[in-house]
Design a protein around this ligand. Structure first.
Ligand SMILES: Cc1ncc(COP(=O)(O)O)c(C=O)c1O
Length: 437
């Protein structure tokens, strides 16, 4: 290891590793020396090094690396992680963002809001936003007697996780799944337990096994699953509900980040366990920078989330809440969102259709991405990049699931879909036959 770890006690050793990660001397994913080897080199006892590693593990900087010991996490929670760089001459089909042209303008709603000041001790949530959300949740069969506002789906997931779970707890996640959830669990010292998915969501057999082995929580993307595109249907929801009812103590968190433009109707298993929450974000429908999501849940969960939030950020700015409420109450915006959802669906299907025509299976029942299994994701992504298409390799979305590419279709028109599919087919053809899954 280029960076020489130093320290005479556990705190100093842990700080030295952290400093190495911070200044780039220790790379993400790098193997750490074994406890014994480092103890010998630093002339400290193995328990001192083990204590330092444990501290780093609980904070998500270090992960267990099987028999090889410990390694730096692939996404240590130190500093801001820059987004994947898309070369200037390539079309960005990697970032997973919504199409800026399909987001409603925020200006009119922002200019129309009541700008009266809100003070300490005033309510956390904006009544108009709550009224609309309660109605929308109820229409989707989600019991929303208890409801609050957080800063995005991911913030909601973190708040609900920390309301009930502790470092060391095991949480079932979809595989492939949303990398930020994997990294969040790691940063909280929790362990992600992978559950495979198909078009309808988590595979019941795999979830059953995970539950039987013991998990404390489940993060479930009900629609617009990222990256696979799964969306729960009634049949799968019934199966999952039946499995969860046998484990009523499991914390269930539904991630509805796609909301109004998810491309599939809302379907829920909320209420199958005693502790549950649904985080419905406005990021994809109204724009990620509103940083706003509504959380419905059981009374105890919502009370814990609000209680803890009150001790930190206190509340989500009412300026944002009123802006979102105005947008969500507008008939014109509702119409725009229905059109946006249709466009995302057409774009996703266009690519899947073009790939199918070339004999390449791909997945994307809902959402803004298409998942294409390939056996050498780096080689195929590189070939596509050379053809001017920047896509994401599947690696960061996978725990145990096989290699694939994630292609974001949010801005991809039908002519481009044919070009991407052709470039992909070329990358998989004769010389590249071994690249095909
Ligand atoms: C599955 C999933 N969950 C959550 C999020 C983040 O949502 P938010 O912006 O509301 O935190 C994303 C963002 O792309 C996502 O793909």
């Amino acid at each position: 290891m280029a960076h020489s770890i130093t320290g005479a006690n556990a705190v100093e050793i842990a700080s030295s590793v952290e400093a190495g990660v911070r200044d780039g001397a220790i790379r993400a994913g790098a193997q750490l020396p074994t406890v014994r080897a480092l103890a010998e080199r630093l002339r400290v006892s193995p328990t001192t090094v083990a204590a330092a590693y444990r501290n780093l593990r609980l904070r998500g900087l270090v992960v267990a690396a099987g028999r090889r010991g410990s390694a730096i996490s692939h996404h240590p929670p130190i500093g801001a992680h820059p987004a994947q760089v898309v070369p200037a001459n390539a079309r960005d089909l990697a970032s997973g963002n919504p199409d800026p042209k399909l987001l409603p303008a925020i200006g009119p709603s922002l200019r129309a809001i009541d700008t009266a000041h809100v003070f300490y001790g005033d309510g956390l949530c904006e009544p108009e936003l709550m009224r609309g959300a309660r109605k929308a949740f109820a229409a989707d069969g989600i019991p929303a007697e208890s409801l609050t506002v957080v800063s995005g789906a991911l913030d909601g997931i973190e708040r609900v996780l920390t309301a009930w779970l502790r470092p060391g707890d095991r949480v079932a996640v979809e595989d492939p799944g949303f990398p930020a959830v994997f990294h969040l669990l790691s940063a909280l010292g929790m362990t992600a337990v992978p559950v495979g998915v198909d078009d309808a969501g988590p595979l019941p057999g795999e979830l059953e096994k995970a539950l039987a082995r013991g998990v404390h929580g489940l993060v479930l993307t009900t629609r617009a699953q990222n990256p696979f595109g799964s969306a729960l249907d009634e049949r799968r929801a019934r199966e999952l509900r039946a499995l969860l009812r046998v484990h009523p103590g499991v914390l269930l968190i539904e991630d509805d980040h796609g909301g109004a433009v998810a491309g599939a109707p809302a379907c829920t298993v909320a209420g199958a366990t005693e502790r549950w929450a649904v985080a419905r974000s406005v990021s994809k429908a109204l724009g990620p920078d509103l940083r706003l999501a509504l959380v419905a849940g059981d009374a105890a969960t919502v009370a814990r989330v609000e209680g803890r939030q009150s001790l930190g950020i206190r509340w989500v700015s009412h300026i944002l809440q009123r802006t979102a409420a105005g947008l969500l109450a507008s008939r014109a915006v509702a119409k725009q969102l229905r059109a946006a959802e249709r466009t995302y669906t057409e774009r996703r299907r266009a690519l899947i259709g073009e790939l199918e025509r070339r004999g390449i299976p791909a997945f994307g029942r809902s959402g803004m991405n298409v998942w294409v299994p390939v056996s050498d994701e780096d080689a195929v992504a590189a070939a596509l990049a050379a053809a001017g298409w920047a896509v994401s390799t599947g690696a960061r979305f996978r725990i145990k699931s096989p290699p694939a590419l994630r292609i974001t279709t949010s801005t991809l028109d039908s002519a481009e879909a044919a070009e991407v599919a052709e470039a992909l087919a070329r990358a998989l053809r004769p010389a590249g036959r071994s690249l095909s899954a």
